[in-house]
Design a protein around this ligand. Structure first.
Ligand SMILES: *Cc1c(COP(=O)(O)O)cnc(C)c1O
Length: 453
C-alpha cells in the first residue's frame, strides 16, 4: 500500500471502494463464549425462535453467530456510500499544539452522517433486513433523539413506516429532534404514552413521569407484540449492533496503516457500548491474538457509572422486565438516571461484549462529571473547530488529560478516539455550561441486582 505523509495529511480519506465489505464479529475471537441470554422464567438460555416475533430473523442469526466476518449486503453498502462512508480519520494537531504535548492525537469523525452520529451504521442495516423480510413498520425507542433520528432516516431509505417512543423529558426539552424524525416520516410519541398498557399504568401514577430509555423500550416492545406487521429495532447494547458498527474500526485500521501510525490507546465513550465497540473491536482482535499491546479506555458519566460502579450480573435490558436477561455490567433496571445532557449515556446496563472485555481486564473504564466534559469540549471547539456531542466530550476529557500526562513524562503516545457525533442539537447543554448553571450528579450509592448470577 502506498503510504501517505503523516505530517502533511491532517485528515486521511479512503475511497468508497474501500468501505469494508464485511462486518467483524468479535465472538469468533473471544477466549471463551459470551454468557448466553437467559429466559427470566426458567433461567435457561433462550432459544432464538421467540425472538423472531420481535426482531428480523437475520438480525437474530447475527446476534448469536460465531462467524468471524459477515458480508454486508450490496443495498446496505450503497446506503453507506450515501452517508457518506468512509468517514475521515483526523489528526487533532491544533489541540496537540495547544496542550504542548508530545502525544499525537487522532479521531475518527462520525459526526458527518445526516443524523449527526455513528448510529446510521446499524440503523440502515436493521431497516434493510426488516424490509427484506416483509415488515411494514419498525418500532423503537429514543432517549435524546439520536437513535430515533437515525432509525427514522433509515426507515425512509428502505420505505418502512417508523414509530418512535421518545423519553418524555427529552420530548419536552428537544423539540428539534422530534421535528427531524417527523420530517423523515416517523411518528413520535412522548414516553410513557397512553398508547400502551405499561405507559398508561405509569401515567396514572404520575402524569408528569419524565420517562427513561428502559420504559421506552418496554413500550416499543409492547407495540410490536400487538401488531404482526411491526418489528422492533434496538440502537445499541446487542451483539449485532456492535458488529454493524465495526465498519468504523476497520476503516480506521486501514487509515492508520496508510500513514504508518500505530495507535497506543483506543478511546471512546460508552452509553450502551455500540460506537466504542464498533471502533475498538477490530483493534481488540489484534490484542486478543497477541499481535498488539494496545490499551483500551472506555469513558462514561459519573451520573450513570454503569461500568465503574455496576455489577457484572444478569439483568433485564428494559425497565418493565420484558427482555431476556443479559449478563452485563449494570446499575439495575430501576436505576434513576439523572438528567445529564449526554442523553446517549443514560442507560442502566452495558453491551455484554464490552462488559465481558472490561470484566476480564482487556479494557478499562473511567467516569467524568458533566462540567469537566463540557470544559474539554470547549477546548476542543476552540482548537479544532468542532462542537462535539456531549457524549463524545467524555473521551475528549480523557484524551486531554492523557496528553497532559504525556507532556510530563515525555511519552510520544498515539491516542485515537472515536468522535461519535456533533453537538449542534445539544446547545442547551453548552448554554448551561457557559452560564455556570450546569449541575454535576453522582449517585450516593448504587444497588445493582443481586438475585441472578
Ligand atoms: C447514542 C450515542 C452515544 C452512545 O451510545 P453507544 O451505543 O454507546 O455508542 C454516543 N455518542 C453519540 C453521538 C450518540 O448519538
Amino acid at each position: 500500500m502506498a503510504k501517505l505523509d503523516a505530517d502533511k495529511n491532517r485528515a486521511v480519506f479512503l475511497t468508497q471502494d474501500e468501505i469494508p465489505d464485511s462486518w467483524y464479529n468479535i465472538q469468533a475471537d473471544l477466549p471463551e463464549p459470551l454468557p448466553p441470554p437467559l429466559d427470566p422464567q426458567t433461567l435457561k438460555p433462550v432459544s432464538p425462535e421467540p425472538l423472531f416475533r420481535i426482531f428480523a430473523k437475520e438480525l437474530v442469526a447475527q446476534e448469536v453467530s460465531q462467524e468471524r466476518y459477515i458480508r454486508i449486503p450490496d443495498e446496505v453498502l450503497e446506503a453507506y456510500r450515501m452517508l457518506p462512508r468512509p468517514t475521515p480519520l483526523v489528526r487533532a494537531r491544533r489541540l496537540e499544539e495547544y496542550l504542548k504535548t508530545p502525544a499525537r492525537i487522532y479521531y475518527k469523525w462520525e459526526g458527518t452522517s445526516p443524523a449527526g452520529s455513528h448510529k446510521p451504521n446499524t440503523a440502515l442495516a436493521q431497516a434493510y433486513y426488516n424490509m427484506k423480510e416483509g415488515a411494514e413498520r419498525v418500532c423503537t425507542e429514543t432517549g435524546a433523539g439520536q437513535w430515533g433520528s437515525a432509525m427514522a432516516m433509515s426507515a425512509a431509505m428502505f420505505d418502512l413506516k417508523c414509530t418512535v417512543y421518545m423519553v418524555a423529558a427529552s420530548y419536552r426539552q428537544k423539540p428539534g429532534r422530534k421535528t427531524m424524525m417527523e420530517t423523515w416520516g416517523a411518528e413520535v410519541f412522548s414516553s410513557p404514552s397512553s398508547r400502551t398498557k405499561f405507559g398508561r399504568g405509569l401515567l396514572e401514577r404520575d402524569a408528569g413521569d419524565p420517562g427513561s430509555l428502559g420504559i421506552a423500550i418496554s413500550e416499543a416492545l409492547e407495540d410490536v407484540l400487538g401488531d404482526e406487521r411491526a418489528k422492533y429495532c434496538l440502537g445499541s447494547v446487542l451483539n449485532h449492533v456492535l458488529m454493524h458498527q465495526t465498519v468504523i474500526g476497520q476503516e480506521a485500521k486501514k487509515q492508520f496503516e496508510l500513514i504508518d501510525e500505530r495507535p497506543d490507546v483506543i478511546i471512546g465513550n460508552i452509553g450502551g457500548g455500540s460506537n466504542y465497540g464498533g471502533f475498538s473491536l477490530p483493534f481488540m482482535a489484534d490484542r486478543l491474538k497477541g499481535k498488539a499491546d494496545t490499551e483500551f479506555v472506555a469513558c462514561e458519566s459519573k451520573a450513570v457509572p454503569h461500568t465503574t460502579k455496576g455489577a457484572y450480573t444478569y439483568d433485564f435490558g428494559d425497565t418493565a422486565g420484558m427482555t431476556p436477561l443479559l449478563k452485563m455490567l449494570t446499575l439495575g433496571r430501576a436505576y434513576k438516571n439523572p438528567p445529564i445532557h449526554a442523553g446517549g449515556l443514560r442507560y442502566h446496563g452495558m453491551a455484554p461484549i464490552i462488559s465481558y472485555l472490561i470484566s476480564k481486564g482487556f479494557m478499562r473504564s473511567v467516569a467524568y462529571h458533566q462540567n469537566e466534559i463540557f470544559e474539554a469540549a470547549r477546548i476542543f471547539a476552540r482548537t479544532e473547530g468542532i462542537i462535539s456531542a456531549p457524549e463524545s466530550a467524555h473521551e475528549i476529557r480523557f484524551v486531554i488529560d492523557e496528553a497532559l500526562r504525556c507532556k510530563k513524562t515525555g511519552e510520544k503516545k498515539v491516542l485515537a478516539f472515536n468522535h461519535s457525533g456533533h453537538g449542534l442539537l445539544d446547545l442547551s447543554g453548552y448554554e448551561s455550561f457557559l452560564s455556570g448553571k450546569l449541575q454535576d450528579w453522582e449517585p450516593e450509592q448504587v444497588s445493582p441486582p443481586t438475585l441472578v448470577r
